[in-house]
Design a protein around this ligand. Structure first.
Ligand code: GDP
Ligand code: IMO
Ligand code: MG
Length: 427
C-alpha cells in the first residue's frame, strides 16, 4: 500500500498532524501537496509540543523524507524560521526536498491579502492573512514567481516587475497605499536563494521512483474538503485543492498510484473564519466545547467556532474523496455530556434532506435535525482498545460510521502520539 493520502473531512483543524504522525516511522516520504503556512498542525511527541505550518508533519519522524511539492505556496521567511526553530530543538531537517515548480509567497501577496480583506468589509473571508489567495491568484494568472526563478536573477527581476505592475495601480489608486518597489522585493527573495538551492529537486521523479520501489509515500493534506476552492463552501474557502485528488496535481503522481485515502474528522465540528456552519453553537455549549477542546487557532490564535458533529458535511467529503478509512479525533473532549446531539439531516425551506444541499443559498438556510446519542462520564484518555471504551462511546463511534458511510479505523483519545485506539491498520 505505498500511496496514502490524508485529508481533512470538515473545515480544517481535525487533527491531521496527529493522524499523519501515527504512521510515523513506517513512512518513507511525507509530502505537502497544497496550501501554505495558512495551515497549523500541532503534534505532541514525547511530551513535547510542535506547531508546524509549512513543513510536513513527517519532519518529526527520522525515517521519513519530508517533501514540499509543486502544489504548495512557500513563504521563504516562514520556511527558514520553521527549519531553524526545529533545528534548535534537535530535529533533523536536512532531508527536506522542495519542488522547483512550487510558487513563492512574496511580501506583496501578504499586503494584497490584508488590503482586500479590509476592502471586503462584512463580505470578508476571514483569511489567515498569510498571502495564500493572492499567491494562488498570481499562479493561475500566470504572474507567479516559482522557486526555480530564484536561480536566475534577471528573470526573477522581470517576473517581480510584471507581478507588481497591476498591483501597484490597485494599491495606489484603489486602496490608497504606497506602491511597492520591485527591486526591493527581488532583493528580499534573493536573500534565500543560496540556502534553498540544495533542497530543490525534481520531486515528480523522486516520488514516482520511490513508488516504483514500493516505498510508502504519505500525502499530508492541509486545510480540508470544505475549504477546497472547487468543493468547499465557496467563496468561504482557501484558494487551493486540499481534497485527495489535489495530491495528484499537487505532486505529479498519477491517480492510479494512490492506494488509500484517509479522512480525518473531529468528534464535533469547528471552523475558523467566515462562512456557513449549520451546527454552530453560539451559546454556553459552544463555549464549553471551545474551552474543553482548546479550540483556538494554531496559526492565528483566533477562537474556533464550535458545534456538534454534522454527518452531512462529512458524508459529502466521504463521497468526493472516496475515503477508504476515517480517523476520528478528539473523542475524549466529548466526555461528560449527558446527551450528544449529532446532525443527521437538514430542514431546508420546509423540506428534509439527508445529503448536503446543492446550492449555497440552501446551505445558508439549512436548519440541522439532531439525533441525541447517549453520552458517557468515564475518562477515556487512557483507553487503547475499542473494548475498553464505555458502551455508549462505542455506540457513538458506530453510529458516526453508519451516518458517514465509511469505516472508522483509528480514534484519538488525547493529543499525544500514543493516545489512540486503532481498529484497522492505516497501512
Ligand atoms: P490539524 O490542522 O488538522 O493538524 O489540527 P490542529 O493541530 O490545528 O488542531 C488539532 C488539535 O487537537 C491539536 O492541538 C492537537 O494536538 C489536538 N488533538 C489531536 N487529536 C486529538 C485527540 O484525539 N484528543 C485531544 N484531546 N486532542 C487532540
Ligand atoms: P489546517 O491545515 C482551518 C481558513 C481561514 C479562512 C479560509 C481562507 O490547520 O487545517 P486563507 O488564508 O487560506 O486564504 O483563508 O480558510 N483556513 C483554515 N481553517 N484550518 C486550516 O488549516 C486553514 N487554512 C485556511 O480561516 O476561513
Ligand atoms: Mg490546524
Amino acid at each position: 500500500m505505498p500511496g496514502i493520502v490524508v485529508v481533512g473531512a470538515q473545515w480544517g483543524d481535525e487533527g491531521k498532524g496527529k493522524a499523519t504522525d501515527q504512521l510515523g516511522n513506517r513512512v518513507d516520504y511525507t509530502v505537502r501537496y497544497s496550501g501554505g503556512n495558512n495551515a497549523g498542525h500541532t503534534l505532541v511527541v514525547n511530551g513535547e509540543k510542535y506547531a508546524l505550518h509549512l513543513l510536513p508533519s513527517g519532519i518529526l519522524s527520522p525515517s521519513s523524507t519530508p517533501v514540499i511539492a509543486n502544489g504548495v505556496v512557500i513563504d521563504l521567511d516562514v520556511l527558514f524560521e520553521e527549519i531553524d526553530g526545529l533545528s534548535a530543538r534537535g530535529v533533523d531537517t536536512s532531508k527536506l526536498l522542495i519542488s522547483a515548480n512550487a510558487h513563492i509567497i512574496a511580501s506583496y501577496h501578504k499586503v494584497m491579502d490584508k488590503v482586500t480583506e479590509r476592502f471586503l468589509g462584512n463580505r470578508r473571508i476571514g483569511t489567515t492573512g498569510r498571502g495564500i489567495g493572492p499567491a494562488y491568484s498570481d499562479k493561475i494568472n500566470r504572474l507567479g514567481i516559482r522557486v526555480q526563478d530564484l536561480f536566475d536573477e534577471k528573470i526573477l527581476a522581470q517576473k517581480v516587475e510584471a507581478a507588481l505592475e497591476q498591483k501597484n495601480h490597485l494599491l495606489v489608486k484603489v486602496y490608497n497605499r504606497r506602491a511597492i518597489e520591485p527591486a526591493e522585493v527581488t532583493e528580499e527573495l534573493l536573500v534565500h536563494a543560496e540556502r534553498v538551492r540544495p533542497m530543490v529537486t525534481d520531486v515528480v521523479r523522486a516520488l514516482n521512483t520511490a513508488l516504483d520501489q514500493n516505498r510508502v509515500v504519505l500525502f499530508e493534506g492541509a486545510q480540508a474538503h470544505h475549504l477546497d476552492v472547487d468543493h468547499g463552501t465557496y467563496p468561504y474557502v482557501t484558494s487551493s485543492n486540499p481534497i485527495a485528488a489535489g495530491a495528484c496535481t499537487g505532486s505529479g503522481v498519477g491517480p492510479m498510484r494512490i492506494d488509500r485515502v484517509i479522512g480525518i474528522m473531529k468528534a464535533y465540528t469547528t471552523r475558523v473564519g467566515e462562512g456557513p456552519f449549520p451546527t454552530e453553537l453560539l451559546d454556553a455549549d459552544g463555549e464549553r466545547l471551545r474551552q474543553e477542546g482548546a479550540e483556538f487557532g494554531t496559526t492565528t490564535g483566533r477562537n474556533r467556532r464550535c458545534g456538534w458533529f454534522d454527518a452531512l458535511v462529512v458524508e459529502a467529503a466521504v463521497t468526493a474523496n472516496a475515503f477508504t478509512d476515517m480517523f476520528l479525533t478528539k473523542l475524549d473532549i466529548l466526555t461528560g455530556w449527558e446527551k450528544i446531539p449529532v446532525c443527521v439531516a437538514y430542514d431546508v425551506n420546509g423540506e428534509r434532506t439527508s445529503t448536503l444541499p446543492m446550492t449555497q443559498t440552501d446551505f445558508h438556510h439549512a436548519v440541522p435535525v439532531y439525533e441525541y446519542l447517549d453520552g458517557w462520564t468515564e475518562d477515556i484518555s487512557g483507553c487503547r482498545t475499542f473494548a475498553e471504551l464505555p458502551k455508549s462511546t462505542q455506540a457513538y463511534v458506530r453510529r458516526l460510521e453508519e451516518l458517514v458511510r465509511c469505516r472508522i479505523s483509528g480514534i484519538g483519545v488525547g493529543p499525544s502520539r500514543e493516545q489512540v485506539v486503532m481498529l484497522h491498520d492505516l497501512l
